[in-house]
Ligand binder design. Structure first.
Ligand SMILES: C[S@@+](CC[C@H](N)C(=O)[O-])C[C@H]1O[C@@H](n2cnc3c(N)ncnc32)[C@H](O)[C@@H]1O
Length: 392
């Protein structure tokens, strides 16, 4: 299959530029940056490669059809116009997952039904039979998106979202999404060969593990399966897929031979460290991460790239301090880290009011449903003039 198809790679809001850079590095050309994603044309083989290799994308979707939808019947016509070859077969099963954000339409189930009716009528016309619907383990997952009267139907090539790498078997409450963690590492500018990496509040270890995957050139999807593997057209692409996987494994083997990197994961809570170590083992990178128990506010200053996700959101205290006071102490302590940087995710209020530093970069995003900000600060004496007024 050498044709080019219209694709959409989605990512956490605010990280479109990082995703665009990553896609170009993976061989994609002529991209268009949209809100929450990147549009481009590429071959099926490239789409498989992106599922395997993208650290930042949440989904890789293939656009099957789109239309202006002033009323529900437009969805039936759209279903009837979708290309059956090479995506569907009479013996495959499919389901439709709808995401509707349009004042005109409130019933997403009805819209999905209309789309399905058009699609199966087209199948009957063409094949004399139709594929059946399976909402539990379908071979083909279609995403229906209706926003401001524009309806789009996507073939979801990734299956489970790409953040599900397969290594996080155990987790603490509200861990950061793996793809968001990788996006923050990209923003941090960390160089595995030159910089020490520290997550001083590592929880289930996501940042440190993602950093170790970068350092070892490990494809983030190497441990999992993808939606495209159950498409009827997969058998004719299976040898390309085997080759992509073999190349990825070979790259990691070679990277590991000449590896020099320093990654530390610290947490005050011993049970979090236990979980983080377990996850790192599952990811095959536990030998690369130095785990230790400790309090960030007592961490000896060192030159490092710090990337972290402190507690936020809930009404809690940390080290017997309320959250604003904890963030104030955090900013004050981390400023003593010379030639270092901090990339942190939290609520905009906690960062802005309490860190008392001017970020060199700020990105408005979401961690799950919570509006958040990712901020990057230069730390140390040389950047003392960037610090906003301290409390004292
Ligand atoms: C929001 S969680 C981090 C989640 C993590 N990014 C993950 O993916 O699982 C915050 C972590 O900070 C740790 N923590 C709280 N106060 C700390 C302190 N003073 N020093 C070090 N770790 C601390 C908590 O034990 C918790 O594991």
């Amino acid at each position: 299959m050498t044709d080019q198809f219209p694709l959409l790679a989605t990512c956490a809001r605010g990280f479109e530029t990082q995703l665009d850079i990553e896609l170009h590095a993976l061989g994609v050309e002529n991209t268009l940056i949209a809100s929450g994603g990147i549009r481009f044309d590429a071959s099926f083989k490239t789409a498989m490669k992106l599922c395997l290799w993208s650290r930042i994308a949440n989904k890789i979707e293939l656009l099957l059809g789109e239309c202006y939808a002033p009323h529900e019947d437009a969805l039936y016509d759209l279903g009837k116009s979708l290309p059956l070859d090479p995506w569907f077969s009479p013996s495959s099963t499919f389901c439709i997952r709808a995401h509707v954000n349009d004042k005109k339409f409130t019933n997403s189930v009805y819209l999905s039904q209309k789309l399905k009716d058009g699609l199966v009528d087209r199948m009957r016309e063409k094949w004399g039979q139709r594929a059946s619907v399976d909402t539990v383990r379908p071979d083909i997952v279609l995403g229906l998106q209706v926003i401001q009267r524009r309806a789009r139907v996507f073939l979801e090539l990734q299956g489970d979202p790409l953040n599900m790498r397969g290594y996080r078997r155990r987790q603490l409450q509200a861990p950061i999404r793996e793809t968001l963690a990788a996006s923050m590492i990209a923003v941090s500018g960390w160089s595995p060969e030159n910089d020490m990496f520290i997550d001083p509040m590592c929880g289930s270890g996501t940042f440190a593990i993602e950093a170790a995957l970068v350092a070892t050139h490990t494809a983030p999807g190497i441990q999992r399966h993808f939606g495209f593997e159950t498409l009827p057209c997969f058998p004719e692409n299976a040898s390309d897929w085997r080759m992509l996987r073999e190349e990825a494994k070979d790259l990691t083997r070679r990277a590991r031979k000449s590896l020099s990197t320093s990654i530390r994961a610290i947490d005050i809570d011993a049970s979090a460290l236990d979980i983080a170590q377990n996850n790192a083992q599952t990811a095959g990178v536990s030998d690369l991460i130095e785990f230790s128990q400790g309090d960030i506010l007592k961490l000896r200053p060192t030159e490092a790239v710090l990337v972290t996700n402190p507690p936020y959101g809930e009404r809690i205290t940390v080290n017997d301090l309320d959250l604003p006071e904890f963030y104030y102490q955090l900013g004050r302590h981390l400023r003593t880290f010379d030639n270092s940087s901090l990339t942190i995710i939290s609520t905009p209020e906690l960062l802005k009011k309490n860190m008392h530093m001017k970020p060199s970069e700020r990105i408005a995003t979401f961690n799950g449903p919570i509006p958040c900000e990712v901020a990057r600060y230069q730390l140390g004496k040389r950047n003392a003039n960037t610090h906003e007024n301290d409390k004292s």
